[in-house]
Design a protein around this ligand. Structure first.
Ligand code: SF4
Length: 665
């Protein structure tokens, strides 16, 4: 990193935008597994078994530890669960497991104070440690606000003193969905509100000279989450507070592929800039399955410091604390206000057939001689040196290599892809749309001048650097600083054999740019290796196409699916979350763009699903509360009728569509 860069960037959230450097943090003692400083980025998760079920909890914890979990969080909703942590600990030690335990506290200082004497760490939520939420908007004067802070101090100081005495660590874990009425009234539902919520508690800790602290800023909205963590780092430095380790997580990320993509977009974006000392991936799956995902996210940074050098940034034009899409011109439906586009790479598929396009959401119906398309229909195909030997559907356009394009008898609806070095000199171009493939080394003065003066060009930006996101971002910064408004598609090619690893890498690299408003489309491929049969190629294409749409959705830049904000479940969960999520999904997954929260309990559920349009929340045995936004519509519906009732509410709002029975999946 250059000192030049340090002095020139207008942000303090990371020490370099171009050289991977892990943020230097304080070391926190958590049992025998320290966090922060030069310690590895730790992996953790949370149990889902009732905390009063000692043996069930112990067995689950053992499965988690055997999967690589380094800290285990266990919910302690009341004093009796906090007390039972001692039994769980005893049994674990008896079985040779000395993993640090973390008590998860909401609303109950008594439970926290007891747990802090038993386990290695307590997690408090500053939104509900000293406050009960009444959803009130209160006009605070400076005086009345100060009085509130005094009240918090009174409730919080005893816990801090116990932690100090017992050497117990603490996480101050802010959640976007459960900010106090006080914070919401003064700062709103914003990243700044999230940061201030933690700082109110942190200042008390520092006053009492207690520093064994980790902080988190979780949200289900990846943009809000990324901005809040960055702002936290900046504020810690501005206020002269210590650089505490960060616990990274996206709340209620969901399940399966979507949960993994969303987690990687949020967590990966921060890891790329060297932030994060521990990771928890929250999936609606058994906690031991979260650990390999977290490990794959973190493993990418083991040797990252040795990446190829990237030119330093003299002026950073990106505001890391607020989303703003880079302004680009609309070039033939790419850029401008168009949704980001998806390009599918068919260049390795020989003898292209109409039915091959099924893999990317376009379906030919021979009986009707018509095309149909599902929500994940790609916008462009790149076919390399060959042109598709049939007419494409209306919603799909084709890109071929420039050499191939030049000899086509009809060039109207096919667009050329130029290598950057040829584009600068070539005179034969499409009158409406030309693609130029470039990496950072191609972006020289001549190319910039060509881009600035050509209203038909779309840049396809790629990177071969191990620190790819930063290198791609560096090229965007050049374009921004030169005020060049050419749309840019982000291209990445992956060699990964493991599909999950590929998903996580792509979600991090591409998502990390999208959350900062960079990119007008996504172009993913697997690098050419040994010849692969056509069926495998098409299966891969389908997976990459779904991934591209998944990343755009997770970064909140193009919504094509129903979004499920489901909690990962814990000892408080009142129904089988996986099964219920699958059931709700089956009935509603055609409702494009609708966000449904599925929460295991009423204690935290409504707060955690701040972002959802509708909520399905457990309130008791076989009893569900249904929400419209944050407002409860029905307080206790029997669970066997709850999904129908939920659909009725969606219908009342005019957001319901009958599912189309289709073979197109
Ligand atoms: S919302 Fe889910 S994860 Fe959160 S406390 Fe309730 S049951 Fe546990």
């Amino acid at each position: 990193m250059s000192s030049n860069e340090l002095s020139s960037i207008n942000t303090k959230y990371c020490s370099s935008l171009t050289q991977y450097v892990r943020r230097k943090t304080t070391v926190v003692t958590i049992g025998n597994v320290p966090m922060g400083g030069d310690n590895p980025i730790r992996l953790q998760s949370m149990t889902t078994v009732d905390t009063m079920d000692t043996l069930g909890s112990v067995e689950q914890i053992i499965r988690m530890v055997d999967a690589g979990c380094e800290y285990v969080r266990v919910t302690a909703p009341s004093v009796k669960e906090a007390q039972n942590l001692a039994e769980i600990k005893k049994e674990l030690l008896k079985r040779g497991y000395n993993v640090p335990l973390v008590a998860d506290i909401h609303f109950t200082p008594n439970a926290a104070e007891l747990a802090a004497k038993i386990v290695e760490k307590v997690r408090i939520n500053p939104g509900n440690y000293a406050d009960k939420k009444k959803f009130e908007q209160i006009d605070y004067t400076d005086e009345s606000y100060q009085e509130e802070l005094e009240r918090i101090r009174e409730k919080f100081v005893p816990l801090v003193k116990i932690c100090k005495e017992y050497g117990t660590a603490m996480r101050i874990g802010t959640n976007h969905g459960s900010l106090s009425d006080r914070i919401l009234s003064r700062y709103g539902d914003t990243p700044l509100g999230m940061v201030e919520s933690a700082l109110e508690f942190l200042r008390i800790c520092e006053d009492l000279e207690y520093y064994n602290i980790v902080i988190s800023m979780k949200a289900s909205n990846t943009q809000v989450m990324v901005q809040a963590y960055r702002l936290l780092v900046q504020k810690l430095e501005e206020e002269g507070l210590r650089p505490y380790p960060l616990h990274l997580g996206v709340t209620e990320a969901g399940e399966a592929e979507d949960g993994r993509i969303k987690s990687a977009v949020g967590i990966g974006t921060l890891l790329e800039d060297g932030l994060g000392d521990t990771v928890r991936v929250s999936l609606t799956e058994a906690p031991e399955f979260e650990i390999p995902v977290a490990a794959k996210l973190v493993d990418r940074y083991q040797n990252r410091n040795n990446h190829k050098a990237i030119p330093f940034v003299e002026k950073n034009p990106i505001n890391p604390y607020a989303y703003k899409r880079r302004q680009t011109t609309d070039v033939h439906t790419i850029g401008g206000t168009n949704v980001p586009r998806v390009i599918a790479d068919f260049s390795q598929v020989e003898n292209l057939d109409v039915q091959d396009l099924k893999s990317i959401g376009h379906f030919y119906l021979p009986a009707l001689d018509k095309w149909s398309m599902n929500d994940l229909g790609a916008d462009f195909i790149y076919t390399g040196h060959q042109k598709a030997p049939f007419m494409l559907p209306n919603g799909l356009k084709e890109i071929v290599d420039a050499d191939t394009w030049k000899i086509l008898p009809d060039q109207t609806h096919v667009y050329p892809l130029f290598a950057a070095r040829w584009y600068k000199t070539d005179v034969v171009k499409h009158p409406k749309l030309n693609f130029v493939l470039a990496d950072i080394e191609d972006i020289d003065e001549k190319l910039l001048l060509c881009l600035a003066s050509d209203p038909t060009v779309v840049l396809i930006l790629e990177s071969f650097n191990e620190h790819a996101m930063a290198e791609l971002r560096r090229s965007f910064i050049t374009l921004l600083n030169r005020e060049i408004k050419t749309p840019v598609l982000i291209k990445r090619a992956y060699k990964h054999k493991n599909e999950e690893a590929l998903f996580l890498a792509a979600s991090t690299d591409v998502g990390g740019l999208l959350v900062d408003g960079l990119g007008d489309g996504v172009f993913l491929s697997t690098s050419k290796t040994t010849p692969t049969d056509k069926t495998t190629l098409l299966t891969n294409l389908k997976a990459l196409n779904n991934l591209a749409f998944g990343i755009l959705q997770a970064a909140r830049t193009r919504m094509t699916k129903t979004e499920y904000i489901s909690c990962p479940s814990c000892g408080r969960t009142l129904f089988d979350l996986q099964e219920t999520t699958a059931m709700i999904r089956k009935r509603t997954d055609h409702l494009k763009g609708v966000k449904i929260g599925i929460m295991g309990c009423i204690v935290n559920g409504p707060g955690e699903m701040a972002d959802a349009d509708y909520g399905y929340v457990g309130v008791g045995k076989d009893k569900i509360a249904l929400y419209r936004g944050q407002t409860v519509v029905n307080k206790a519906v029997p669970s066997d009728r709850a999904v129908d009732e939920l659909i009725n509410i969606i219908k009342e709002d005019g957001k319901w569509l009958e599912p189309v029975v289709s073979e197109f999946v």
